[in-house]
Write a protein that binds this ligand. Structure first.
Ligand SMILES: Cc1cc2nc3c(=O)[nH]c(=O)nc-3n(C[C@H](O)[C@H](O)[C@H](O)COP(=O)(O)O)c2cc1C
Length: 332
């Protein structure tokens, strides 16, 4: 298959394994690269001193040895509330990370520094206004995050979002994210003008994912109506499985929390505190035997029926894409 995305990243199949906080790890990214797609992970998954450098050295080594076209990228939260942003960006630039996914803030610095050595930058966006700003800063493309996505889902359906991005930015690379877990999903996004897809939730239920078996089983056993939005993790609505613990802590910020997050004097520090305590709750939840379960996942849980290896997931999606294409051809 050949699209703007496979050309840009030098990969065999137009798919990114999406960055997932606490879930993505080195083993998953190596498996993704070895199976012809782009693996990615949030830099924040490696917060201890020296850890990120070590992982990047390993990934660069593995990339050298590849017998297929695969690559990897890093997700940077480019927000003032991310205390590790500057430090992580410096490390990534030094290690010449092949591509970047920016989320939640202004990607200017990442674009400038990455472009100095030819790396690509894709910006997570949920609407045209934010995308326009990233476009003017010279990003290489967008990850258009739609309804039902795992994490900070967008409000708009991909059937509207993707053609709209395509109309506004006809030469940019548009990558569809949200609810895609099958080959038919990939084919439908390509047919609407996307150059590729970014898949997150499907990869939580993999052998390699760095989370407890309880979390993986919950992905397999949940249905789309089990996914709810909560403001309790980062202040911004985030999709989680509606566990008893999620119900207990509630989904909305209260009046005082809302005031603290808009007041100009308190907002930065309050948001940092919300994010830090949300991160701690999420972190506790990925360990086996923890009953305070806060499990982030998108609506594609509906389509996930087993825990497989990353290789099996990719092979299955590739094969389903071909089948969906043949089936569709027979209609015409
Ligand atoms: C558990 C989980 C953690 C995530 N963490 C991040 C993150 O740290 N940074 C980010 O930009 N997106 C994050 N996302 C969003 C994904 O990168 C991606 O946009 C999304 O998973 C795509 O939708 P899907 O889950 O329906 O495939 C996360 C998603 C999930 C499910």
């Amino acid at each position: 298959m050949r699209t703007q995305l496979t050309d840009s990243l030098q990969i065999d199949f137009p798919m990114i394994m999406a960055p997932m906080f606490l879930v993505s790890n080195e083993a998953m990214v190596i498996a993704a690269m070895n199976n012809g797609i782009a693996g990615s992970f949030p830099s924040l998954n490696y917060r201890k001193e020296g850890e990120l450098e070590k992982v990047l050295d390993h990934l660069n080594n593995e990339k050298e040895k590849l017998s297929v076209r695969g690559t990897y990228g890093i997700n940077l939260i480019v927000q003032k509330t991310n205390p590790l942003y500057e430090k992580h960006l410096k490390i990534c630039i030094e290690k010449k990370v092949p591509f970047y996914i920016t989320s939640l803030g202004n990607p200017k610095q990442v674009i400038e520094e990455a472009h100095r050595y030819g790396a690509k930058v894709f910006c997570d966006v949920t609407n045209i206004t934010h995308a326009q700003k990233c476009f003017e800063l010279g990003c290489d493309g967008f990850i258009a995050v739609g309804q039902g996505a795992g994490g900070h889902a967008g409000p708009n359906p991909l059937q509207v979002l993707i053609p709209s991005f395509h109309q506004h930015f006809p030469t940019s690379i548009v990558i569809a994210a949200g609810g895609i877990a099958t080959g038919a999903g990939v084919l439908s996004m390509l047919s609407m003008g996307a150059a590729g897809v970014s898949v997150g939730t499907r990869f939580i239920a993999t052998v390699e994912a760095g989370v407890s078996i309880e979390y993986k089983n919950a992905i397999v056993n949940s249905e789309m109506q089990d996914i709810v939005l909560t403001e309790k993790i980062s202040g911004t609505p985030c999709t989680i499985i509606d566990t008893p613990f999620a119900k207990k802590i509630g989904y909305k910020q209260n009046w005082l929390e809302k005031q603290l997050s808009i007041n100009t004097r308190t907002k930065k520090y309050f948001k940092m505190w919300v994010q830090l305590s949300g991160m701690k709750k999420l972190e506790a939840s990925i360990h086996p035997g923890n009953y305070q379960s806060l499990w982030c996942a998108g609506q594609s849980v509906e389509l996930i029926h087993e825990i497989s290896s990353v290789k099996e997931v990719i092979e299955h999606i590739k094969q389903q894409t071909q089948t969906a294409y043949q089936d569709l051809k027979s209609v015409f």
